[in-house]
Ligand binder design. Structure first.
Ligand SMILES: Nc1nc2c(ncn2[C@@H]2O[C@H](COP(=O)(O)OP(=O)(O)OP(=O)(O)O)[C@@H](O)[C@H]2O)c(=O)[nH]1
Length: 261
């Protein structure tokens, strides 16, 4: 795996660049914002080592203006639509012919929720690269456990994913179960009631989405962000803390709806 390092400008001939991403053994890229840097990084399909990932996160936190930064990680079988959900939310598009994610894909979006600037950092990883993705969801504030409603197998694997969560994720992480691809309802293999029952048995909320038609995608991410803000504020009050850090959220047993505007 190639190793990347990050340097802040001024870098030579980088009039628009604030960030420079340098690859071990040659190769570099410039970006004018941390979000662009992440996009370049993910397009080039190289995974950062976990130390690099932590470094990148610290860098973003120090360089960009925000009130909160939340890391939301999507997990679930390959092909259930994790990357498409993230793309729909962060870029407002459904990429035609979305290829399998190599390693981990990062995307970042800043939203304003009730006057607070919130950065949501999404990652979606492929199951074949679990050793990489595990280190990424260790510091997650929220996990979106995703399956495909037209694929029984992806639903049957959920207990396996829950074991991973138990093993690797922060015990206080917020987890939500998502059944994606509801635009393909004629091909549905997993009844909604069955999924709701399963989610309830695991104390998770349940939501059905379509990355393709954009159904419930905004709701999914923004409701999660709302709840994470609420928890972060509560933590701050409890601990007299100054800044909410990724992975420091407290247990949340359910999500509350809130108006975004
Ligand atoms: N009809 C429909 N197709 C979808 C939807 N979401 C994703 N897809 C398709 O499902 C396939 C897999 O989507 P991805 O987003 O790459 O799935 P993934 O879970 O990120 O897959 P990996 O990167 O391999 O882990 C692609 O062909 C998408 O076009 C959806 O909501 N509806």
């Amino acid at each position: 795996m190639a190793l990347w390092s990050i340097e802040a400008s001024p870098a030579e001939n980088a009039s628009h660049a604030e960030f420079m991403l340098k690859r071990d053994g040659g190769g570099r890229a410039f970006a004018s914002s941390a979000a662009e840097l992440l996009r370049i990084h993910s397009q080039r399909k190289y995974a950062l080592p976990s130390s690099g990932f932590a470094c990148l996160m610290r860098f973003i936190m120090s360089m960009e203006d925000y009130d909160y930064l939340f890391k939301i990680v999507l997990i679930g079988n390959a092909g259930v639509g994790k990357t498409c959900l993230v793309r729909r939310f962060t870029q407002g598009l459904f990429p035609p012919g979305q290829g399998a994610t190599i390693g981990v894909d990062f995307m970042i979006k800043t939203v304003e929720i009730k006057g607070e600037k919130v950065k949501i950092w999404d990652t979606a990883g492929q199951e074949r690269f679990r050793s990489i993705t595990q280190s990424y969801y260790r510091s997650a504030n929220a996990l979106i456990l995703t399956y495909d409603i037209t694929c029984e197998d992806s639903f049957r694997c959920l207990p396996e994913w829950l074991r991973e969560i138990e093993q690797y994720a922060n015990t206080t992480v917020v987890t939500i179960l998502v059944g994606n691809k509801i635009d393909l309802s004629e091909k549905r293999e997993v009844l909604r009631q069955r999924a709701e029952d399963f989610a309830e048995s695991q104390s998770m909320l349940y939501l059905e989405t379509s990355a393709k038609e954009s159904d419930n995608v905004e709701k999914l991410f923004l409701d999660l962000a709302c709840e994470l803000i609420r928890e972060a504020k509560q933590n701050k009050l409890d601990n007299n803390d100054t800044a909410p850090m990724p992975g420091e959220g407290k247990a949340i047993s359910y999500l509350t709806c809130c108006n975004i505007n």
